[in-house]
Design a protein around this ligand. Structure first.
Ligand code: ATP
Length: 455
């Protein structure tokens, strides 16, 4: 059933222009995907509501948009060059690679400073793919992707694509402190690309090699860290319910065990969502102590500290980190909103997405396509709405088919221009979820939709 749902979502994403495999004409590439026309709009709307709620509506939040390439020393300082590893095990027969910690019965422990993995308990040695015998040899595999910078061959510098998007937030702490007059506690927010050479992939957008992270690093005094950590846990959990529309019973908290938690973190919890059959991570919320700024300060030789004018003390700020994935939120929205029902003995598929996230807010149809006066009137309405909302035009096939097409892409309202419109300037507006229609005046459509979007 759950896999069935995933297959339906993958198929809908492709059929209706939400998601395409990257470089599909070459057979796709490395578990990387493109957002198509509909997917780009949904992803943009998710980014927009994240920025609105986390930056615009809050105090002391600074949005940045950092570069992908950074000084390679930053990745040494953060520990990624040494310790951003997964335990790799390869099947000698089919050559498939697996994460040993995800194989049945295996228990491993990572040394977070060296990136070495110690096997605590050796589990199954049967290859999940071809049933061949696995050799019980675990290798450390670094997930960072590399490229090189420079114009002279032989003098190029090896650099890393961001393994996590937030790293440059730590580096921008200093200029934000100095140029923005930022007073602690304050946060820096960023939505940016991350790249990981993941060993095991699958589950569509859930684990990909190129993705976006929506990150908040909140800088605070050591005394306030614990209280603010709890506050941010609540803010982020509720964002998924109130703003994204995920149901509470498909969300849960999972605390990292002491082995799993990075050595400098005081506490770490994941928000998990029941995507298909299992709960899986949607966002990590970590109380990271002062480690990040200390490390970057040590490697750069700059004092990444803060002088508190009230207590007249200087200290290295602590960081509360909230790191969520755009692709995983996108997938959660689709799996939460995908609906099927029988209408007049035919299957109706609709995406019950929150209107604020829907790619298109409204579609406009002339009742029939071959009547000039209806088409002209409908075009006037279409042109009226376009500057205000993402508006779709459709005059192909009968009205029932047009409604179904909009239902499948989650358009909340469809407007039909009919013969009565020509007489009294009213239109029908049909609701995606209830399929009910009402008549409203053309001059009231914009305000009506705006009211619904803010409801
Ligand atoms: P997981 O163990 O599930 O791979 P992680 O603990 O490595 O995730 P973090 O490093 O905490 O992930 O990254 C923060 C967020 O970035 C995750 O909660 C997730 O939403 C997103 N994310 C991480 N890796 C991927 C990936 N390969 N594909 C898509 N999103 C990802």
């Amino acid at each position: 059933m759950a896999n069935d749902l995933m297959e339906k979502i993958i198929s809908l994403c492709k059929r209706r222009g939400f998601v395409y495999p990257s470089s599909e004409i070459y057979g796709g590439f490395a578990n990387i995907y493109d957002f198509g026309p509909l997917g780009s709009l949904l992803a943009k709307n998710i980014r927009d509501v994240w920025i609105k709620k986390m930056v615009q509506e809050r105090n002391n939040m600074y949005l940045i948009d950092g570069s992908i390439l950074m000084h390679p020393k930053a990745w040494e300082a953060s520990g990624h060059t040494a310790a951003f590893t997964d335990p790799l095990i390869q099947c000698p027969l089919c050559k498939k690679r697996f994460r040993a910690d995800k194989l049945e019965g295996w228990e491993l422990e990572k040394d977070n400073q060296t990136g070495k993995w110690n096997v605590l308990n050796q589990g199954s040695l049967i290859c999940p793919d071809c049933n061949g015998d696995l050799i019980p040899e675990v290798k450390e595999f670094n997930l960072l992707m590399t490229t090189s910078v420079g114009s002279v061959e032989g003098e190029k510098t090896k650099v890393y694509l961001k393994g996590e998007s937030c790293q440059n937030i730590y580096l921008d702490f200093l200029p934000i402190r100095d140029t923005m007059g930022a007073k602690i506690p304050f946060g820096i927010a960023q939505i940016g690309k991350a790249f990981r050479n993941e060993i095991t992939l699958g589950k569509f957008l859930f684990k990909v090699r190129e993705f976006e992270q929506m990150d908040i690093e909140y800088f605070c005094s050591p005394e306030e860290a614990k209280k603010l950590y709890e506050e941010w846990k609540n803010i982020r959990f509720n964002w998924y319910i109130d703003t994204i529309g995920l149901s509470k019973d498909r969300l849960r908290w999972r605390q990292h065990s002491s082995q799993e938690r990075i050595f400098y973190a005081r506490d770490a919890w994941d928000i998990e969502y029941k995507f298909f059959d299992d709960f899986d991570e949607l966002e990590g919320i970590h109380d990271r102590s002062d480690y990040d700024l200390k490390q970057q300060g040590k490697f750069s030789g700059k004092a990444l500290d803060y002088f508190d004018p009230v207590s007249k003390t200087r200290f290295i700020p602590n960081i509360i980190e909230c790191s969520g994935g755009l692709q995983r939120t996108f997938l959660a929205v689709l799996s939460e909103s995908y609906q099927e029902e029988k209408v007049n003995n035919e299957k109706r598929v609709f995406l019950k997405i929150k209107p604020s996230l829907s790619p298109y807010k409204v579609a406009v149809f002339p009742l029939v396509a071959n009547k000039d006066n209806l088409t002209e009137k409908a075009e006037n309405v279409f042109n009226l709405l376009k500057p205000e909302f993402m508006t779709m035009w459709d005059n192909i096939g009968n009205i029932g088919k047009r409604y179904r097409r909009q239902d499948e892409i989650g358009t909340p309202w469809c407007i039909t221009i009919d013969y009565q419109t020509l007489e009294d300037d009213t239109v029908t507006i049909r609701d995606r979820d209830t399929m009910e229609q009402q008549r409203i005046k053309i001059e009231e459509i914009i305000i009506w939709i705006k009211e619904q979007l803010h409801a």
